[in-house]
Write a protein that binds this ligand. Structure first.
Ligand code: ATP
Length: 222
């Protein structure tokens, strides 16, 4: 298969999706010259508590949020599963579907990257995809990499490359991109809904309308 750009993968609970996620994806699309970003809502995340609303609602909100950006695609493979699933398994499936030559980029924040050694079969991730790390300008991964485990640090040192070189190889690189972080989180949105406060302009209107129509997040759980 001849590649015409890398495919980005953005996993998350998206409980709910908001402009923090969408700006992160939009900037990564541009800076890493990706041809597509797949939004993959988690089913039963191995790393954290159960999402507050069902996978179907979270998935539908992603679909509404990305409807007007043709390069963004909803990928429901994880929400269809009933057993916990790991990123490494999702990447194996994508690699099998898209072919050995297709560059794949797993997108994540700097905090997530520094915890990568806790992920299931984490060193296999480098065989399957590149890792693109978004960091806040002035808060670089390079400054914080000394807090990573020695094994993760040595992968970082060995694999660091420029974002625009990623499409030349299918997997194995680590690139960093400076991305201004919007001070928006799903936690903030859930608590504002529970307190009956406005969530307008924190997320797309279509998602805010969906939340209100389906009475999501009205009772504070966390
Ligand atoms: P919660 O508040 O429930 O923990 P969240 O808003 O952090 O959720 P997730 O679904 O856990 O959302 O995030 C998915 C991905 O998006 C993660 O890689 C996370 O680092 C990134 N992300 C979340 N919020 C922002 C933001 N405001 N700016 C940039 N990236 C973000």
């Amino acid at each position: 298969m001849v590649s015409n750009g890398a495919v980005g993968i953005l996993g998350g609970t998206f409980d709910p999706i908001h402009y923090g996620h969408l700006r992160l994806a939009e900037e990564m699309l541009e800076l890493a010259k990706l041809r597509q970003i797949r939004f993959i809502p988690t089913g039963t995340p191995p790393h954290r508590g159960t999402p507050q609303v069902s996978a179907q609602h979270r998935s539908r909100m992603v679909q509404l949020a990305i409807a007007d950006q043709p390069a963004f695609v909803l990928d429901e493979r994880e929400v269809m599963r009933t057993t916990p699933c790991y990123t490494v398994d999702t990447l194996r499936e994508l690699r099998a579907e898209l072919g050995a030559a297709q560059p794949l980029c797993l997108l994540m924040g700097g905090d997530a990257f520094l915890q990568l050694h806790t992920w299931h079969e984490w060193e296999q991730l480098f065989e399957l995809a590149h890792i693109v790390v978004g960091y806040r300008p002035g808060f670089t991964l390079e400054e914080r990499i000394h807090t990573a485990t020695p094994a993760l640090r040595s992968h970082y040192q060995l694999r660091l490359c420029a974002a625009d070189a990623l499409s030349q190889q299918p997997a194995g690189g680590i690139a960093e991109l400076a991305i201004p972080k919007l001070e928006i989180s799903a936690t903030l949105i859930r608590s504002r809904v529970a307190e009956n406060c406005t969530i307008r302009y924190l997320l797309p209107n279509a998602v805010a309308d969906y939340i209100h129509q389906h009475h999501l997040y009205e009772h504070a759980n966390h």
